[in-house]
Design a binder for this molecule. Structure first.
Ligand code: ADP
Length: 185
């Protein structure tokens, strides 16, 4: 069965890293068709022109949700990796989903993401040079009922990846690698 794997978390929390890492792992476990809607990429294509006001962030998330639903109902696993800071918007996408909606909270703390500052944005945001920066000068509402929580501020990428895969296996959404090999042999 297809599903939507929805990452949420602060900028630099590891959404893209984990989303990219999981694609080949899903193929090894019986899901050859997987599409990744990355936050930065979406903003240069289907959400080009949108800014970072409350309303634009909502529109961005609902568009991602819409495309994810189209993919999922055609048998493709849809993975999304956008900050998606508002619980209300994520919950709206969840409520519209016809396939299992698996929310993954990349839960690194602000201190952790600011210390690693992968894109150099926290330095600027903390200096007041970027307005509406999530976690610094704009809200981030952590999920209260995420299916998976990974503490990407302390775990290794491999540990976080394994935690997500284990949960998907426990939910019956992916096979283990050995189960998949048995089915094929
Ligand atoms: P985001 O997509 O959330 O903005 P990125 O994936 O671009 O974040 O950046 C996350 C950074 O954190 C990468 O440099 C990655 O190697 C590092 N990192 C360290 N630990 C983890 C982890 N457990 N999960 C994901 N990324 C991690």
């Amino acid at each position: 069965m297809s599903f939507i794997l929805w990452f949420t978390g602060l900028s630099g929390a590891g959404k893209s890293t984990l989303a990219n890492a999981i694609v080949p792992e899903l193929a090894r476990r019986g899901h050859p068709r997987v599409e990744l809607l990355d936050g930065d990429e979406v903003r240069t294509h289907i959400s080009a022109g949108l800014g970072f006001t409350r309303e634009d962030r909502r529109t961005n998330v609902l568009r991602i949700g819409y495309v994810a639903r189209l993919l999922a109902r055609n048998g493709t696993v849809a993975i999304t990796a956008a900050i998606s800071p508002y619980a209300e918007d994520r919950d709206e996408v969840r409520s519209k989903s016809e396939v299992p909606f698996i929310e993954v909270y990349a839960g690194a703390s602000l201190d952790a993401v600011a210390a690693r500052d992968v894109k150099g944005l926290y330095k600027k945001a903390l200096a007041g040079e970027i307005k509406h920066f999530t976690g610094v000068s704009d809200p981030y509402e952590p999920p209260t009922r995420a299916e998976v929580v990974v503490d990407t501020g302390v775990e290794t990428v491999q540990d976080s990846l394994q935690n997500i895969l284990s949960k998907l296996e426990a939910l019956g959404l992916v096979k283990t690698v050995s189960q998949f090999q048995e089915v094929r042999s």
